[in-house]
Design a protein around this ligand. Structure first.
Ligand code: MG
Length: 368
């Protein structure tokens, strides 16, 4: 394995096809940091820091990640392991993914194949896709978007919800209109104030899971809810590491694990959590962070592992971007996404598209 000697940071901004509304805010454009690493053996690779532009999903955000990479993470990355960083998992994931991408390209192996070495049973070439539908102003707006997603081939749908009556009404109306749809809901930690009647109403809808009903650190509350509801409780924001996943499952706070490679510090830690889920007999899936093709391909490698038993909500590129920085990852007619099988993460940015999306650029080199 080569040592990193050069890191390029590309801050890019890609307009979203439609704004995505969740309990933690509205995303209209995707502004994030792409990382290009060069190793001393000539290897080159790409990684993505998938932090959102504001610290509303987790504490990381694009501007903070840029500064953390420039001032702390990249200098420590050059200095070698252990790099002694606490926190900053999404910024760390960008560097670790780019380094792995470079190493795997040199030996001609895909990231998905590399991760599968940790997982008996091999991996899949395609992964079922769950469409994420943002919160709507009206029930009709939500129903019309669900209809669109079902028409394009999706067999799994997840609604973003908040604590308001319109969210729960839209969820119930979706269930009424599609009684057999594999339907889930993601509250992004917003249901602390919801009364028991509303919870019972959600519980009667036969959801595949209710994701992150309570704030990330409220594992005791999640455990009580998981006991009370017949609907499986999935945890997303709470699952920051393999240790956190084990704790959540051990204390009965998680019936399902949402594994996001970015949120847990990269694809290797994510694959570890998928193995834990399989060992503990807990269903798991890979969640989406509105990634560009770089982050989406990386996450799909994790989603290809056999422990990911539920549909991924990564989605096809075209759902979010009219022009991605890489070749788009499409949705097949049967509602699946194909796992990139080429060396490394299997995709790289198109230079012209990257230049068009770029809003800032910085080159850092190891001091000789
Ligand atoms: Mg979520």
């Amino acid at each position: 394995m080569g040592r990193p000697v050069r890191v390029e940071l590309h801050r890019v901004s890609l307009p979203l096809v439609t704004p995505l509304v969740s309990a933690h805010g509205v995303e209209t454009a995707r502004e994030l940091v792409l990382v290009h690493v060069t190793l001393d053996d000539g290897g080159q690779g790409w990684g993505e820091c998938s932090a959102l532009v504001h610290p509303t999903y987790t504490a990381e955000y694009t501007g903070g990640a840029w500064a953390a990479l420039r001032d702390e993470l990249v200098p420590r990355f050059f200095a070698g392991r252990p790099w002694g960083i606490v926190g900053h998992p999404m910024a760390s994931a960008a560097l670790l993914t780019a380094e792995a991408d470079a190493d795997l390209r040199r030996v001609g192996r895909s990231l998905a194949d590399q991760l599968a070495l940790m997982h008996p049973g091999g991996r899949r070439d395609t992964v079922a896709s769950c469409a994420v539908v943002g919160r709507g102003r009206t029930i009709e707006a939500v129903l019309s978007e669900v209809a669109e997603r079902v028409a394009e081939g999706h067999r799994h749908v997840k609604l973003k919800i908040g604590p308001h009556a319109v969210d729960l009404d839209a969820l119930a109306a979706t269930r009424d209109s599609w009684p057999d749809l594999d339907l889930a809901a993601d509250a992004n930690g917003s249901l602390s104030s919801v009364d028991d009647r509303s919870l019972d109403r959600i519980d009667a809808l036969g959801l595949t899971y209710l994701e992150q009903p309570l704030p990330a650190d409220d594992l005791a509350g999640a455990s009580v809810l998981a006991d009370r509801l017949s609907t499986p409780v999935a945890l997303d924001e709470s699952i920051t590491s393999d240790a956190a996943a084990r704790t959540a499952v051990r204390f009965g706070a998680a019936d399902v694990l949402n594994v996001k490679p970015a949120r847990v510090g990269g694809p290797v830690e994510a694959a570890r959590i998928v193995a834990t889920a399989r060992d503990l007999g807990v269903p798991a899936f890979v969640g989406g962070m509105l990634e560009t093709g770089i982050g989406r391909a990386t996450a799909l490698a994790v989603a290809s592992l056999p422990g990911c038993t539920l549909a991924t909500d990564l989605g096809p590129s075209g759902r979010y971007f009219s022009t991605d920085v890489t070749v788009p990852i499409p949705l097949a007619d049967n509602g699946t996404l194909t796992v990139p099988g080429g060396p490394g993460i299997g995709v790289e940015p198109d230079r012209a598209r990257l230049a068009a999306a770029q809003v800032d650029h910085l080159v850092l080199e190891v001091r000789r």
